[in-house]
Design a protein around this ligand. Sequence first.
Ligand code: ZN
Ligand code: ZN
Length: 398
Amino acid sequence: MSSKDWLEKDFYTVLGVSKSASTDEIKKAYRKLARDLHPDRNPNNKEAEEKFKAASEAYDVLADDKKRKEYDEMRSLFGSGAFRRGAGRPGAGGQFDPSDLFGGFTGATAAGGAGADRRFGGTGFSDIFSSIFSGGAGAPAGRRGPQRGRDVETEVTLDFTQAVRGTTLPLSLRTPGACDTCQGNGAKPGTTPRSCPKCHGTGLISSNQGSFSFSEPCRDCQGSGSIVDEKCPECRGSGGVTKTRTINVRFPAGVADGQRIRLSGRGEPGDRGGPAGDLYVQVKVRPDELFGRSGDDLTLTVPITLAEAVLGTDLRVPTLDNPVTLRVPAGTPSGRKLRARGKGVARKEGQSGDLIVTVDVQIPSGVTSEARDALEKFAKLTPPAGRDRLEARLRKSD
Ligand SMILES: [Zn+2]
Ligand SMILES: [Zn+2]
């Protein structure tokens, strides 16, 4: 029984039962057909003979729960008849060659998709089909040969200063790793897995059906190509155990909130000699109560008084290392930005950001009568604000 037949034949119609028929109903329907169509009762009736064969074939699949499930899934995935062969002219659209499907599938395996499921045990047809259609990334490999390890994603929250200066932190990761007892091959120490005799170690079973070339993972070895006779007691033959790994991750100076750092080869170890996956670290940065960040520049807002803005002052401000003194020139408007060079993010490559200080002139909400007198005197001694254009417009509308 090949998959090609499954795609083409509607076993339910052949037996005259519904798709939801119970195994009992299927048995009954088959027995009746077998009686009616039996060659002994229909001598030299070619049509009855064909129907009799078809009914046996249908019964073979539908009476077996496992086969029936696979048949149902396959047909629902491909649509009954949607890919029926011979329905059109050769090469016409709508033709379907399962070898295309499996060809692509095996290719994807060799490439080793990110996040590929490395545990691929006890899998039948149905799983393979659903995996193919559930999206490429998660598709398990058909053959358990060398496989790239899974990528691992983790999140780390850094202090503001750690992010600006860069830091190295130990990260503990609980990930599946190769079993130390058996070096990941799943065999009891002292024994070695033997090559699967069914598929000759290839992990794939091929069959040719006319123009069809069909491969599927070997069921004897679940596509691994090897068979373990005595299982490793540590990992019970799976070859993998969950391990806590501690790795030191270097965060470069200036790492930003939301940045994702990729550490090549620090993900899960590969399976059966395959390369390790990558580790992705999602960085979060705790905000600072004082400083902000704009690229490689640090930002800081400093309140100053009206008098300081008018008269000018020296401003002592903190940085992430030593405080610096910045000159606020006389007549500085609110919102002006002052720059402390090189006090931002110091990059390894030499260039570094600045500390940008924004002055914020504070207007007192209430003053003493003495201050009020002084201010009125000040008002009389200073020129009015430049509102000439505005005054002109007002005169026009009068
Ligand atoms: Zn083991
Ligand atoms: Zn095999």
